[in-house]
Ligand binder design. Structure first.
Ligand SMILES: *Cc1c(COP(=O)(O)O)cnc(C)c1O
Length: 409
C-alpha cells in the first residue's frame, strides 16, 4: 500500500509546518463527511436545486452522421450554474466549510472562472470571500472580476512573480497561514497537497456516476472511449472515475497543445514530452519546468488549461497506462468549436473544445457500433471576449471599438 495521499510515486503533502494542523483538520473533516451518507445526499440535493443536476447527456446526431464513425454523446457540464463543472467542487467544499464551522473562504483564480464559482458559493452559503488573482489576469479578465465583486468577494491583485495563476496560489497559501482558524482554502482543481486532489475528485465524481447510467440508458452500452480536457484534471477525473474498473472503456485526456511543439508554446504535461517530475506547490507530479526546477511559461487559447502542473492522480494513471494523453492545438480547438456550434448548436468552452477536437480526429476511424462520450466541461458563451478573439471576428472588434470610443467621448 502506498502512503495515504500518494498515487504511485505522485502526490503527497509538502506543506509548511505551520499548516500541518490545518491540513489534519481538513483531512479529518473530509473523511468524516465522506463516511456520512447524509453528506452526499445534502450535496446532491444542493446540486439539483441550485445547479441543474443531474446534467443530461446529448446525442450529437449531426456530427455522428458527418463523421460516419462512432456514435457521439456529450455530457453537459456546461449546464451547471456559473457555466462549468467547477460548481461541483466549490459547492461541495462549501458544504464542508459549513460542517467545519468556518466563516471565510479564499481561493486562487487564473482566468477567473474558479473565482466566480467560489464567490457564488460564498454568497449562497453566507461566507466571507477573498479571491487572489495575478495582476496580469485581473487586467485581462475584467468581466469575471466584475462578477466576483458584485457577488461580494474581495479580489486581491497579486503583484509578485509573473503576476499570474501560480503567484495567486502562493498568495492564497500565505493568507491561509495567517487566518487558518476561521478560513478554508477552496482550491480549484485536483492538484495541490493531499487531501485536495482526492477531495476535488470526490466531488467531481458526481459527473461520472450520472454519465455511466445515462450512457447505458441512451446508447444501450458503456462507451468505448471517453474524452475530457485536462487543465489541473478535475473534470477529467470526475467523468473517468466511474469507468476506471471497466477494461473495455478507453479513457483519453486531452491537454493544451497551444501553438505546437516547444517549451513555452503549450501546456501539455503528459501528452507531449516536455514535462519532468518534480515537487512544487505542495505536491509531486509532472511540471513544465527547466533543469533547475524553475517553472516555464505556458500557453493555451483556453485560459483554464494554461497551468504548469497536473493532477498527481492523472500522472499515476498515465504511468500505469490506464489513461491515454493527447494534445490539441489552438487552431484545431477553434475549428472544433466552430463545427460543434454550427452542427449541433452546442457551445463548448474553449477548454472543453480540446476534448471535442481530439474525439473528432478519432471518430471517423471507429465503427458505428462504437460509442464516444465527450465531457463538455463548460459553456463558451460566457467567454464571449475570449471566444470572439479566438474567432478573430471583425464585427465584434468594431463593436468593442465603438464602445471604447463612447466611453472616451
Ligand atoms: C477550469 C476549467 C477547466 C480545467 O480544469 P480541470 O480541473 O482540468 O477540469 C476545463 N474546462 C472548463 C470549462 C473550465 O472552466
Amino acid at each position: 500500500m502506498p502512503e495515504p495521499g500518494y498515487y504511485g510515486r505522485f502526490g503527497g503533502a509538502f506543506i509548511p509546518e505551520i499548516l500541518v494542523a490545518t491540513f489534519d483538520e481538513l483531512r479529518e473533516a473530509f473523511e468524516s463527511a465522506r463516511n456520512d451518507p447524509a453528506f452526499w445526499r445534502e450535496f446532491e440535493e444542493m446540486m439539483s436545486t441550485y445547479s441543474c443536476r443531474p446534467t443530461p447527456i446529448t446525442f450529437a446526431e449531426n456530427l455522428t452522421a458527418d463523421f460516419g464513425g462512432a456514435r457521439i454523446f456529450v455530457k453537459r457540464e456546461d449546464l451547471n450554474h456559473t457555466g462549468a463543472h467547477k460548481a461541483n467542487n466549490v459547492m461541495g467544499q462549501g458544504l464542508l466549510v459549513k460542517r467545519m464551522g468556518k466563516t471565510r473562504v479564499i481561493a486562487e483564480t487564473g482566468a477567473g472562472q474558479h473565482g466566480v464559482a467560489t464567490a457564488t458559493m460564498a454568497a449562497k452559503l453566507g461566507l466571507e470571500c477573498t479571491i487572489y488573482m495575478g495582476e496580469v489576469d485581473v487586467a485581462r479578465q475584467r468581466p469575471n472580476v466584475f462578477w466576483m465583486e458584485r457577488l461580494g468577494a474581495t479580489v486581491v491583485p497579486v503583484t509578485e512573480g509573473s503576476r499570474t495563476l501560480k503567484d495567486a496560489i502562493n498568495e492564497a497559501f500565505r493568507d491561509w497561514v495567517t487566518n487558518m482558524d476561521d478560513t478554508h482554502y477552496a482550491l480549484g482543481t485536483a492538484c495541490g497537497p493531499h487531501p485536495f486532489p482526492e477531495m476535488v475528485s470526490y466531488f467531481q465524481s458526481i459527473v461520472g456516476q450520472e454519465a455511466r447510467e445515462q450512457i447505458q440508458a441512451s446508447a444501450g452500452k458503456l462507451p468505448d472511449r471517453v474524452y475530457a480536457c485536462v487543465g489541473g484534471g478535475s473534470n477529467a477525473l470526475g467523468i473517468f472515475s466511474a469507468f476506471l474498473e471497466d477494461d473495455g472503456v478507453e479513457l483519453i485526456g486531452v491537454e493544451a497543445g497551444g501553438r505546437g511543439a516547444g517549451i513555452g508554446q503549450h501546456a501539455a504535461r503528459l501528452g507531449l514530452d516536455d514535462a519532468t517530475v518534480g515537487v512544487a506547490q505542495g505536491y509531486k507530479t509532472y511540471f513544465l519546468q527547466n533543469a533547475e526546477g524553475q517553472m516555464q511559461e505556458t500557453h493555451s487559447v483556453a485560459a483554464g488549461l494554461d497551468y504548469v502542473g497536473v493532477s498527481p492522480i492523472l500522472a499515476d494513471l498515465h504511468e500505469k497506462g490506464r489513461v491515454r494523453f493527447e494534445s490539441a492545438t489552438d487552431t484545431e480547438v477553434v475549428d472544433a468549436l466552430s463545427l460543434t456550434v454550427r452542427r449541433e448548436g452546442l457551445i463548448p468552452a474553449l477548454e472543453s473544445s480540446h476534448a471535442f477536437a481530439h474525439a473528432f480526429k478519432e471518430a471517423p476511424q471507429m465503427s458505428p457500433d462504437e460509442v464516444i462520450l465527450i465531457n463538455q466541461s463548460g459553456r463558451g458563451d460566457k467567454d464571449i471576449f475570449t471566444v470572439a478573439d479566438a474567432f478573430d471576428d471583425p464585427k465584434w472588434k468594431a463593436f468593442i471599438q465603438e464602445k471604447a470610443e463612447a466611453y472616451r467621448g
